[in-house]
Structure formats: structure tokens, C-alpha cells
Design a protein around this ligand. Sequence first.
Ligand SMILES: [Zn+2]
Ligand SMILES: [Zn+2]
Length: 224
Amino acid sequence: MNFLDWLLPQHCYLCAKPSPSVVCLDCVKALPYQQVACPRCGRATRHPRLCTHCRREPPLFKHTHAVLRYLAPVDQLIHAAKYRHDFSVLAVLAEIMQQHFEQHPPQLPEVLMPVPLYPVRQWGRGYNQSHILAQKLAQHLNLPLDYRSCCRVKNTEQQARLRSREARHANVYEAFAYFPPYPAWQHVALIDDVFSTGSTLNEITRVLLAGGVKRVDIWCCARR
Ligand SMILES: [Zn+2]
Ligand SMILES: [Zn+2]
């Protein structure tokens, strides 16, 4: 034990047992990982095939990799990473995503793009959690990161607060702008911390496709 450990003994954020990392290994192993899912939208399903939603009305993105399910205690970790400026928890989530992609190698896109926040919101929070996840994944997978070409041009309401599908769609409609770089990207993976209803991700995909991107995949830390 070094002096700092003695001075500031670290405990697991979830179980409070002494732990060298912010979430202990036992708690990381016990998290609700996404098992069988719809390949298109990442929704938990019984069989690894298109869910009824995607069969009825497929989203514009091609494939979703969801690492965790948005169940306790994942919601707690995401909340800490998002609203409580807990960068050590955010780093653990990034690490979990990296390990997932090592064990389940995805079809690699040309570039990773984080879901952008509205600038005022980002200044208020001080960071964009999806950007940090994307940055760490890009380094790990040796892929470029593009956080400039796509931006949020409308300060939207929180999607979770809106009840109807129409209201969520209207809320994010034309909320994003994409300025394609040259040469334009063909295959993009959008990085998000939480995939909730998919309306936001679908709208960003629409804007990217209109800007010449051929395929958009979603890589999210947790899926509702
Ligand atoms: Zn623990
Ligand atoms: Zn689906």
C-alpha cells in the first residue's frame, strides 16, 4: 500500500468494499451486460434477429452494439458519469466498452462520432460524456474521431421527458447539422452513452445519410 492509498483509501462505488479501482472487479463482472439483442436496434430480445419494431419500421442506422442494459446499477454509473462529473466512473464505462469490443470485434467503421450536445449545455456541464467515451474508444481501436462535422443546432428538451413518439420526433427534428469533411465519410459509428428511444440517433443518422454517409452504426454504452 502506498502513502496515497493509506491517506485516501479507495472503495468501490457500488459495493463500498476496498478496491484499487473505482468499481471493483466483482461489481464490473456482475453488471447487466446485453446478451441477446436485435442486431438493428440493440433491444434485448429472445433471439438474435430483427425485433418486431425493426420489422415494422426499421431505423435508418444499420447496426447497434449495446454493451450494457440500462438497469440498476448501470443507471447509477451513467448518472455519476453524466451529471456528477465523475470522470473515474466515466473511465470505467469506457474500459468496459473497450473490453466488450475486444471480445466481440465489431465491423469497424471509418470514423467514430460522438452524439453532440448543444454548445450551451456542454459549457454548462463542462464536457460531453459521449465525446469522452468516443475519444477513448478511438484511441483504443486506432480509429479517427470526428467531433466537429456534426453538431447540435437546436437546444432540445430531454427526450425522456416527452411521452409520445411524435413529440420525441418533433423535438429532435432538424436539431442536428452535418458539414461533411472532404473526402466524405462512408461508414460512421455514432457513440452514445445511453440509447433510449432511438429518435435522436435516428435523426442524426438521417442527417449523416443526407450528407453522403452510406452506413451508420450505433455503439452505445447502455441500452434502455
Ligand atoms: Zn464492488
Ligand atoms: Zn430492433
